[in-house]
Design a protein around this ligand. Structure first.
Ligand code: HEM
Length: 156
């Protein structure tokens, strides 16, 4: 009876030891997996933080900052007068300065060379009355071309 009992105990003891080894491996694997998950969570939770900080976009909305689209160049009549030839023709109309050199070169002006009389001047009256033509203002279509040549505003 005693022998049987001791023989029965031996295998039971080995089986427990093997179970312990397996569960130790499982625990180690679980811990490693847990560490990997924690590292991944910390990595992905940092990404949105850096995205939302976006300090580089702040200057757009900073008070006093000037948007490049809002910059308007200013010229005096003296500046305009320096561009009074067919090859380099500026004039102002109603407070806006135009560089019409390209328009003249294109040969598309409906009134031919009549446009040249305005080069280097405030041509508001010439544009609106066309004294060398039929004496009427330019058409709305002609006026709609002006923004293509706008280079800034006329100042004193
Ligand atoms: C000093 C400036 C200018 C003068 C003196 C002038 C003069 C004239 C004249 C004499 C005519 C022919 C029509 C007529 O005989 O009455 C004409 C037509 C025309 N001009 Fe000018 N022009 C000037 C500037 C411009 C500019 C800057 C544009 C366009 C951006 C322009 C666009 C036209 C057009 C489209 C016509 C055809 C008729 C019409 O649509 O009114 N002109 N211009």
């Amino acid at each position: 009876m005693e022998d049987q009992s001791s023989q029965n105990h031996q295998p039971v003891s080995e089986s427990n030891s093997s179970d312990k080894k397996i569960s130790a491996k499982k625990i180690a694997g679980f811990v490693v997996a847990l560490i990997v998950v924690i590292i991944m969570i910390s990595f992905f939770s940092k990404a949105p933080e850096s995205d939302t900080s976006q300090p580089l976009e702040l200057p757009k909305n900073t008070d006093g900052a000037v948007d490049s689209e809002e910059i308007v160049l200013e010229y005096t009549l003296g500046d305009v007068a320096e561009h009074s030839t067919p090859e380099d023709c500026w004039f102002s109309i109603e407070g806006v300065v135009y560089d019409v050199t390209g328009y003249i070169e294109s040969g598309k002006h409906g009134g031919g060379d009549a446009i040249l009389v305005g080069c280097g001047l405030d041509a508001t009256e010439l544009f609106n009355t066309r004294p060398m033509g039929n004496g009427t203002p330019h058409s709305e279509k002609a006026r709609s071309f002006l923004p293509n040549f706008d280079i800034g505003n006329l100042v004193q």
